[in-house]
Ligand binder design. Structure first.
Ligand code: MSP
Length: 640
């Protein structure tokens, strides 16, 4: 068993996060899920970078304290990760005591051993990037990274002796070609920053106070990047190296956006060298998700809200699009058209249709039952060969962080099987009783590729593998079946359970939400609108609608559509049985706030007591989405 510690950058809670941030975290989630599946001792960390001048100014502008300001945004970030079904093992906030103590200790050690010294800083500072620049590094007087105004800073400061370690770092980079990936980023770091020579870095500030105090000189706060980078070890217990989580160090991968590779490949490794700690195995700088006007940013007003996209298109559609569309190291354009094309072509046509065709043919030609194969012919063996290639392709690509290629590898099997069905033509075989054995083999081959596909999709998608699995009539959970990827694992005799299409096509004619706005609910059809009688407000007020918090959720055995939820409402726990199992994975619900009819008479569903009903919206394409408060408000809140 190997070990695999993966981190995302810790995000600035200066604003709500957008789809670009979601991109990094979803990618890290896929890698963490994959390494858990293959049995590695995996640890996945994300969190928030809460100090610094930028946040302090933002809070001041809102007339609130920095802590209150970040608390609100961080709650939203945690909710976003839950909605995206992110499987992080820990979430570190730099305002937590465990982190502050760790950073103070790091600062003290570096100072005591002479790697940090006091002097005076005079130079430029970019507050949005929290970055120091020398005059010669500026681009036409502006920040060379983000192009915004820089400020002249002159203050007493502690300095970190980067220069002392520059040669050792360069040697390390040259001797370990995987240390900075992709290689273009390595060249950029070496040629633009390391070869010209490193200056010592100012690592404390005195002109504001929203930061971690320098322990022996309290008018200084620690420079926010030294504070932030340390999260990767303070979250594991550092400086307490007896902490059980310390075993995860060094990280296998720090996943970061390309503009912050510099901090991670210069300041961070030098800090670790100075502390006598091993360096991370790899820093991977991925590209940006850009819109027509360039990089997404709140100040440009061109951000895409991931929650809106999830509500509108579904969780797995969004995860799939992000992972498949953009080659991981490069920049990629976000567009609604490309998203819809991916959903319609790959998910609805290729994958959805393969499942639908397979189950329909099984239903028509063998009463829904998957019989044992009766000998294989070359056509079938070709499919098996592609299945093996898909598995090895996925392993190879994920090992290199080529996430889109790994997904493409799975879809090669989907494409091959669709073609196989056309060639093997089970409908013709079904007309000739003497070919019953051949028909059984073809139907088995179809079902078996879907079983393998469902397993292979488990690192990437959250709800779809289970939906495929249940429609195939298989027991258990595809996420526990990684060891059963060898051909022939489909239990002969299984009865399939055909359900709704897993990815309804998106009608491009339908009105889409504007990028950053919440989508309007689909309007009722005129017929529907007419048949619903009007009621008075008093009648409506008899319905006690309340916000409830989902405490637990699980599938109901033998009922493919039902979930059994434990919710807390008005301070008490109750059970609600809801027909949403084909639309939501139970784990995606826990912790969320939903809306329930709290005064509905209890009823029994499949023998289970349901004490209330949750509210959900459905459209004509069969999509079902939960009604949830727009922000967390607390269980028991009245909805009216
Ligand atoms: N707080 C620092 C990181 C400290 S890590 C020790 C920071 N935060 S950030 O919130 O500004 O950005 C976090 C990550 O989100 C970065 O890796 C950044 O590249 C990524 N992204 C922000 N916008 C993005 C896109 N439009 N596309 C892809 N990634 C994007 O930097």
């Amino acid at each position: 068993m190997g070990k695999f510690y993966i981190t995302t950058p810790i995000y600035y809670p200066s604003d709500n996060l957008h789809i670009g941030h979601a991109y990094t975290t979803v990618a890290a989630d896929v890698l963490a899920r994959y390494h858990r599946l293959i049995g590695d001792d995996t640890y996945f960390l994300t969190g928030t970078d809460e100090h610094g001048q930028k946040i302090q100014r933002k809070a001041e502008a809102q007339g609130t304290s920095p802590q209150a300001y970040v608390d609100g945004i961080v709650a939203g970030i945690k909710n976003l990760w839950q909605r995206l079904a992110i499987t992080n093992d820990d979430f570190i906030r730099t305002t937590e005591r465990r982190h502050e103590l760790g950073v103070q200790e790091i600062f003290r050690r570096l100072y005591e051993q002479g790697d940090i010294y006091k002097s005076e800083y005079e130079g430029w500072y970019c507050t949005p990037c929290e970055s120091f620049w020398l005059q010669r590094q500026l681009a036409e007087g502006k920040c060379p990274d983000c192009g915004r105004e820089v400020e002249l800073v002159k203050e007493e400061s502690y300095f970190f002796r980067l220069s002392k370690y520059a040669d050792r770092l360069l040697e390390h980079i040259e001797a370990n070609p995987d240390f900075i990936q992709p290689v273009s980023r390595k060249n950029e770091m070496v040629n633009n920053f390391l070869r010209p020579g490193l200056e010592d870095l100012a690592v404390s500030r005195t002109t504001f106070n929203w930061g971690i105090q320098v322990p022996f000189d309290p008018k200084h706060v620690v420079y926010v990047w030294l504070d932030a980078l340390s999260n990767y070890i303070t979250a594991l217990g550092y400086p307490d190296t007896a902490d059980p989580n310390w075993r995860h160090w060094p990280a296998a991968v720090h996943l970061v956006g390309k503009e912050i590779v510099r901090f991670h490949t210069i300041i961070w490794p030098i800090a670790l060298m100075a502390l006598g700690l091993p360096l991370p195995k790899q820093i991977y700088g991925h590209g940006w998700l850009v819109l027509d006007g360039g990089k997404m940013s709140k100040s440009k007003g061109n951000v895409i809200d991931p929650l809106v996209l999830i509500d509108w298109y579904g969780l797995d559609a969004i995860r799939y699009y992000l992972l498949r569309e953009i080659p991981f190291g490069a920049d990629g354009f976000y567009s609604k058209e490309a998203l819809i094309l991916r959903i319609n072509n790959d998910l609805a046509n290729d994958l959805g249709n393969l499942l639908h065709r397979t189950l329909s043919m099984l239903e028509r030609f063998s009463g829904g039952r998957v019989a044992a194969p009766a000998g294989y012919e070359p056509l079938d063996l070709e499919v098996q060969a592609v299945a093996r290639e898909s598995i090895s392709g996925l392993e190879k690509h994920l090992g290199r962080l080529e996430i889109g290629d790994a997904l493409a590898s799975v879809f090669k099997l989907v494409g091959k099987t669709n073609k196989y069905i056309d060639d093997a033509a089970p409908w013709s075989l079904a007309r000739r009783p003497e070919l019953a054995d051949r028909l059984a083999t073809v139907l088995y081959t179809m079902a078996e590729t879907l079983r393998i596909t469902a397993i292979l999709l488990t690192p990437f998608l959250v709800e779809t593998p289970g939906k495929i699995w249940r429609q195939l009539g298989l027991d258990g959970d595809p996420a526990n079946a990684w060891k059963q990827l060898t051909w022939g694992g489909f239990p002969a005799g299984t009865l399939t359970v055909k359900g709704d299409p897993i990815f309804p096509r998106i009608e491009t004619k339908r009105k889409e939400p504007e990028a950053a706005q919440a989508p309007a609910a689909p309007p009722p059809s005129p017929a529907e609108a007419k048949t619903v009688a009007q009621i008075g407000i008093e009648e409506f007020s008899r319905i006690d609608l309340r916000v409830a918090e989902v405490l637990a959720a699980e599938r109901v055995e033998g009922a493919a559509k039902l979930l059994r939820l434990t919710v807390r409402v008005n301070g008490a726990d109750r059970q609600i049985v809801a027909g949403i199992a084909e639309h939501y994975a139970p784990e995606a619900l826990v912790g969320r706030e939903i809306v329930v009819v709290a005064n509905l008479k209890p009823a029994k569903l499949r023998g289970l007591l349901s004490e209330g009903m949750l509210l959900a919206a459905s459209n004509e394409q069969g999509r079902v989405v939960l009604i949830t408060p727009e922000q967390r408000i607390g269980q028991g809140s009245r909805v009216k």
